[in-house]
Design a protein around this ligand. Sequence first.
Ligand code: FAD
Length: 357
Amino acid sequence: MPNIVVVGAGVTGLTTTLLLSKKPGYHVTVIAKHMPGDYDIEYTSPWAGANWLPMADAAGSKWEKTTWPELARLAKDVPEAGIHFQNTVIYNREKDSNTATGLWLKTLTSTEPWFKNVVSDFRIVPAKDIPTFADSATAFTSLCINTAIYLPYLVSQCLANGATFTRKTISHISEAASLHHSGQKADVIVNCTGLLASKLGGVMDAEVIPVRGQIVVVRNDPGVMLTISGTDDGEDELTYIMKRAAGGGTILGGTYQKGKSDSNPDPNTALQIMRRAVELCPALTNGKGIDALDVVRHGVGLRPYRNGGVRLEKEMIEGCWVVHNYGHGGYGYQSSYGYSDDATALVDEVLAPKAKL
Ligand code: FAD
């Protein structure tokens, strides 16, 4: 009966726990400093939009591709997960092709992206329907997740499968080995610590850095999910608008500031975000401009970016196997089932010799 300790209760830790806890005989304990319900600058998941808008290039598309069917199933058949489908339009401006934001959104803004056959209705918007500010545009149905509903939903599914949760901060990854709820030593630890993998003893991953995302949550309804490839006055800023499912409000973004970690929303940036959103989507305030935005709150989250990409591998640390699954940058939700499936396969691999005994 393998004992597994997952460290982390963000979307990565919870999705990995969900998949592990479905396996007969796997006994899973989750330990976490932060849990769904908390809003903290060290805890990224609650701050995300979150939607499924691919960022990986074709070579790295596997994880976003394999996540789409499960998120789409939840949107279609499981209303209590807090995910809904949204008509989506992506605008591209040629002048953004070499900016930080333009490069980051290269896959998304392409008229020939790898995901055109993953979603059901990908189309290129005819030139006559493209506003003058853009050079090309695509449209398709994607989805948006209400993180305030989805994260507790994941916890409830894990609990139903027998996983247990404990609030705990560890200073070294090997401490997790003695924290299984059975009181026995863990057979494997799964490290889903996001940004804090850069500070955790035994891991201390210097490749993990924050990418600061400032957002505004409003009550206004845009009617469509929109993203554009860049702005004229902010090299590491962008404009996106998404309405969360089930009354979660509309997220206006945002910034993509590498290496910055200030947790306070900057008032000037907030004004820029709101001004750009209303310009891109006048319907947001029925043409009444920025003053008609009904603000719920301003926020900042830090994307756990990792130079070289997500760390997904096994490692023996102080006599216990650790499976790492962290560093998902700005795509932790939209790739969650793909990476968690691979992390689960690594756990299976680590436990295989023990199962043969
Ligand atoms: P986290 O959510 O940070 O969770 C880490 C967990 O580890 C926490 O529970 C923490 O307490 C625990 N932990 C860490 N260290 C310790 C320790 N020492 N002891 C105990 N516990 C510990 N992604 C998308 O897919 N689509 C989007 O539209 C999207 N939009 C975004 C918008 C913004 C503004 C931001 C900031 C992010 C967005 N993202 C989006 C990215 C996404 O939010 C992240 O990739 C994802 O949340 C990372 O999740 P995680 O579980 O790896 O990390």
